[in-house]
Design a protein around this ligand. Structure first.
Ligand code: ZN
Length: 154
């Protein structure tokens, strides 16, 4: 089909299906849809004063409340391998993706530990949680940012 584009950056095998390509590209984007939905809900809840995609911090957290030392990651379920909704696994190039996903998880965990070691509280919010329990997630963020509750999400 003309106009179709696949990932051909030398790191990823070409996805078998166009839809797979779209999913993978969407999961790489910075301003993802769950992130935007969460930010809109935060705004509506009166929670302000965070910075976005702070590259100076390990893992470039998506939302950073600097003065509160709270860093929030909004993870795409597919790319970061959500433990809650267990996203599907690509049928083709299985071994490649298994390694890739394992590396992603390992990096997420390492960045999180680096932040914790620097005295940050770290929250991880999954795409499916934004879709299914947005209010609960907003309340969690509110409790951590405004009332100083400990983070226990991972
Ligand atoms: Zn999920």
């Amino acid at each position: 089909m003309p106009g179709e584009q696949f990932i051909r950056d030398g790191r990823s095998p070409i996805p078998a299906k166009y839809t797979t390509s779209l999913v993978m590209r969407a999961n790489k984007a910075g301003n993802t849809r769950p992130e935007i939905a969460l930010r809109q809900a935060l705004w509506a809840s009166g929670i302000r004063g965070y910075r976005l995609h702070v590259k100076a911090l390990p893992g470039s957290p998506d939302l950073v409340f600097t003065s509160k030392r709270v860093a929030i990651f909004i993870h795409g379920c597919y790319w970061h391998r959500c433990p809650n909704c267990k996203p599907h696994f690509p049928k083709q190039h299985g071994e490649f993706w298994a390694k890739k996903f394992a590396a992603n998880k390992e990096r997420d965990e390492r960045k999180r530990e680096e932040l914790v070691g620097m005295g940050w509280r770290v929250m991880t919010i999954w795409e499916c949680q934004v879709k299914k329990e947005l209010i609960e997630q907003i309340v969690l963020i509110l409790n951590v940012v405004r009332y100083g509750e400990a983070t226990d999400s991972h």
